[in-house]
Design a binder for this molecule. Structure first.
Ligand code: NDP
Ligand code: DGY
Length: 322
């Protein structure tokens, strides 16, 4: 069972693979992404591939791997980097890492929301730069969660975990949108299923926690931001491509919306001269939603176990239904 691992991963995960009998591990042992040529070479002849969300696993990679490739295990819950149609056609099984990163990502989403709405990076910078001269009644004011309406785009695992954490802040009403109502999930928060347009119009905070799909790509665009209130705050921890970033820039720069917090962008990394980085009312993080030591370690072990189970023809701890 030869497997190719596309990056240095937490040791606990690698140990699972290297201690498995009959498993021969080849790895791109670096913090940096595997160059495309090395990926194509490394995957050749492999039966298993453990990859990251930054690896585009398309027809070219599958062709390079050859017919022996049986399992792809991604160290992520998102799977928009995988050419699923092609993977399915070739009978390859896919493992992923839901649930184990939900708490960490929801926590980060709340932190990002509070950073954006209470202007934390901007305020901290004022302390460093000497802008803090005295306590001023109208200085560094933002928008709070108390008595607010929060709209969640994608009330899935992470969306629900975010709502659960935000509720004690005194949120008055939760709205959500998705492919259909989810009464069981929504009941805990008394959340109302609404069309995207109404969610944009009525929410004081919009939180994007959906998957990136053809239907959600570019969903938060000029029309969407145009419907939002001038006092509203936009937060995205799903995937950058759900947002039209030019439209978001215009909405933030023109005061159409109050602020934004982004953990995900297009591209990643965001170039340091990107216009969004010139805005004080936009907080941008480098895709760290699941970045706690414990979560990343658990993800790595799960990804390794998914891969091994797939190679042995056993049920995977978390297999993506194709
Ligand atoms: P889930 O599958 O539990 O939730 C995904 C949600 O997306 C579902 O509620 C689904 O709603 C919703 N969705 C699908 N289509 C649409 C649509 N057209 N409009 C609105 N919502 C839609 O996944 P998770 O909650 O576990 O993860 C969600 C995403 O978060 C991942 O796919 C990943 O991209 C991202 N993520 C980012 C992290 C980070 O580090 N920033 C960390 C972890 C995940 P429905 O069921 O109604 O279709
Ligand atoms: C995922 O798992 O999809 C995240 O983006 C990283 O944890």
């Amino acid at each position: 069972m030869s497997v190719f691992v596309t990056r240095r991963i937490p040791a606990e995960g690698l140990r699972v693979l290297s201690q498995a009998s009959g498993c021969r591990v080849q790895q791109w042992d670096s913090e940096e992404p595997v160059p495309r040529s090395e990926l194509l070479a490394g995957v050749a002849g492999a039966r298993g591939l453990l990859c990251l969300l930054s690896d585009r696993i398309d027809r070219e990679v599958l062709d390079a791997a050859g017919p022996g490739l049986k399992v792809i295990s991604t160290l992520s819950v998102g799977f928009d980097h995988l050419a699923l149609d092609e993977i399915k056609k070739r009978g390859i099984r896919v493992g992923y890492t839901p649930d184990v990163l939900t708490d960490a990502t929801a926590e980060l989403t709340v932190a990002l929301l509070l950073s954006a709405c209470r202007r934390l990076p901007e305020a901290a910078e004022q302390v460093r730069s000497g802008g803090w001269t005295t306590w001023k009644p109208l200085w560094m004011c933002g928008h709070g969660l108390s008595d607010s309406t929060v709209g969640i785009i994608g009330l899935g695992r992470i969306g629900q975990a975010v709502a659960r954490r935000l509720k004690p802040f005194g949120v008055r009403k939760f709205l959500y949108t998705g492919s259909g109502p989810k009464p069981e999930s929504a009941a805990e928060f008394g959340a109302e299923f609404v069309p995207l347009t109404r969610l944009a119009q009525e929410s004081d905070f919009v939180v994007v926690t959906c998957a990136l799909t053809p239907a959600t790509q570019g969903m938060c665009n000029k029309e969407f931001f145009g419907r939002m209130k001038k006092t509203s705050v936009f937060v995205n921890t799903s995937r950058g491509a759900v947002v039209n970033q030019e439209d978001l820039y215009d909405a933030l720069a023109s005061g159409q919306i109050a602020a934004a917090g982004l953990d995900v962008t297009t591209p990643e990394p965001l170039p340091t001269d990107h216009p969004l980085l010139s805005l004080k009312n936009c907080v941008i993080l480098p895709h760290i939603g699941s970045a706690t030591y414990a979560t990343r370690s658990t993800m790595a072990v799960l990804a390794a176990n998914n891969l091994l189970a797939g190679l042995r023809g056993e049920p995977m701890p978390h297999e993506l239904r194709l």
